[in-house]
Design a protein around this ligand. Structure first.
Ligand code: BG6
Length: 488
């Protein structure tokens, strides 16, 4: 699990530092850390971009664009935060090396600080960026590099990036980010499973019928076509976020709460995933693309700087998969994964559906269900059967026993990026993906992708604002199951 001890003094260099991720997630998270006293007074944030900004320009931009996203209860703290910010213009891979000289001058004399290079830029830039850092003599023994997803677009490209970055940084210095791992409920899942005795005896195929992992979003992809046409829901959400949730749900209890013990167990789950290949791809996976409905545009009509292409027509904005884990604990228990854009609700959750009672003496019972909700409201619910009050016939009703983190704990629940940045600055990699994890995930994803790509079939259409194409419901319906759609 992550640490919350104060970080050392660090120079945090964010490549892509004026981009969307930086302005919406990283800078607000860093401000919260500063406000809560988790940044040492000398820690600096150095944004790098091609933008040609001065420090003052960059501070002005952050003041204009980030200020409204964070609570400023003390203007002095905000000014202190702005004072930490710097900007260096750089042209990665270009002939003009002056940006590297400017960065060297800024970092000179601070070799003893932790140096964190955060690559919030497209993955093709990771290798060149690391090489240029090395050539400029900026990689110190106390340096770390943070890689944003997507890490490649298939196994060979991920391996290439890992090799290129690994040629400059040791594995222990590489932090591959998956922001889902920073979500409070995800960490609570480990606590729920491994700090409570009652779940472990029933956490297996004897008691559990199936597991559903859903990440549903109401947003579409306006302005993201350039990225999304070549990503799609499988690469964008399943290869990383959903498979990470699956590993934490399915992993064996680690012997210790430490970085390698936890990641060792997670990778074993990925390696035990039954490959989905050939004709099974058609049976166990579903792809969809949203179409215009309810005043919302279809994927192909979303605002974009370029018109839709063949890649746009073929890309999936929704996918559902029936996965299986081939090991003693989970044999025969389907893990259904589902994610989509323009669904009717925003919800990320893990639903553990228990089996029915072996012999029912009351009519109308439904099996127990444990729901771990990551968003919109982080919490845990156990649905148990209870008797409705009243005389006469016994009538059963499922009643949720709920733990809402927001209501139970008064402390502010930190954003995922805040937690993860704190851990990077403290040098704790537990909540980051190791090379073998990322590659094991691609190894499972690749045959699905290549079968989709060679099939020539288009994704099934689903109207914007609905729960996905008919195929997604058939995927569960075939075995008499259905998706958890409570409260919709
Ligand atoms: C990102 C994906 O990794 O996760 C986005 O690239 C997606 O497409 C986002 O919208 C979802 O994150 P969250 O935390 O809002 O569920």
């Amino acid at each position: 699990m992550s640490t919350t001890s104060p970080a050392h003094t660090a120079d945090l260099v964010v490549f892509g530092g004026t981009g969307d991720l930086s302005m919406r997630k990283l800078l607000p998270a860093l401000y919260h850390s500063d406000r809560d006293g988790r940044l040492s007074p000398e820690t600096r944030v150095i944004a790098m971009s091609r933008g040609g900004l001065t420090d003052a320009d960059f501070r002005g931009k952050v003041d204009a664009e980030v200020r409204d996203q964070v609570p400023i209860d003390d203007p002095a703290t905000w000014q202190r935060f702005l004072g930490r910010l710097h900007h260096v213009s750089v042209d990665v891979g270009g002939a003009d090396k002056s940006g590297w000289g400017a960065l060297s001058r800024l970092l000179a004399g601070h070799e003893q600080r932790d140096r964190v290079f955060y690559l919030a830029s497209p993955p093709r830039t990771f290798g060149p960026f690391c090489r240029e850092l090395e050539e400029a003599g900026l990689v110190t023994p106390r340096s770390r590099v943070v890689l944003e997803k997507p890490l490649g677009h298939d196994l060979p490209s991920a391996q290439r990036i890992n090799d290129e970055v690994g040629a400059i940084f040791d594995e222990r210095q590489i932090f591959r980010i998956d922001h889902y791992l920073g979500k409070e409920t995800v960490q609570n899942l480990l606590v729920l499973r491994f700090a409570n005795a009652f779940l472990e005896p029933i956490w297996n195929s004897l008691w559990i019928d199936h597991v559903q992992i859903t990440a549903a979003e109401t947003v579409g992809t306006p302005g993201r076509r350039g990225y999304y046409d070549h990503a799609g829901a499988l690469r964008d959400m399943v290869q990383n976020h959903l498979l990470q949730l699956l590993t934490l749900t399915a992993m064996e209890p680690p012997a210790r709460n430490d970085r390698e013990a936890i990641r060792d167990e997670k990778v074993k789950v990925l390696q035990a995933l039954r490959p989905i290949t050939g004709t099974e791809v058609g049976r166990f996976t579903v792809r969809g693309q949203y179409t215009e409905a309810g005043g919302m545009p279809g994927y192909l009509d979303e605002p974009a700087s370029t018109p839709p292409t063949e890649a746009s027509r073929r890309v999936e904005t929704f996918t559902a998969i029936r996965a299986e884990i081939k090991n003693w604990r989970w044999a025969g228990v389907p893990f259904y994964l589902r994610t989509g854009k323009r669904m009717p609700y925003r919800r990320s959750e893990i639903v553990v559906q228990f089996k029915d009672v072996p012999h029912s003496i009351f009519p109308g019972g439904t099996p127990n269900r444990l729901v771990l909700r990551l968003q919109p409201e982080e919490g845990i619910e156990l649905h148990i059967m209870a008797k409705e009050p009243g005389a006469g016939e016994v009538t059963l009703k499922p009643v949720p026993m709920s733990l809402s983190f927001g209501k139970t704990f008064t402390a502010r629940v930190p954003e995922a990026y805040e937690r993860l940045l704190t851990d990077v600055l403290a040098g704790n990699p537990t909540l980051f993906m190791r090379r073998d994890e990322v590659e094991a995930a691609w190894r499972w994803i690749d045959p699905i992708l290549s079968t989709w790509e060679s099939s020539g079939d288009l994704p099934e259409p689903y109207p914007a604002g609905t729960t996905g194409p008919a195929g997604a419901h058939e995927l569960l319906g075939r075995s008499g199951r259905e998706w958890h759609e409570e409260d919709v």
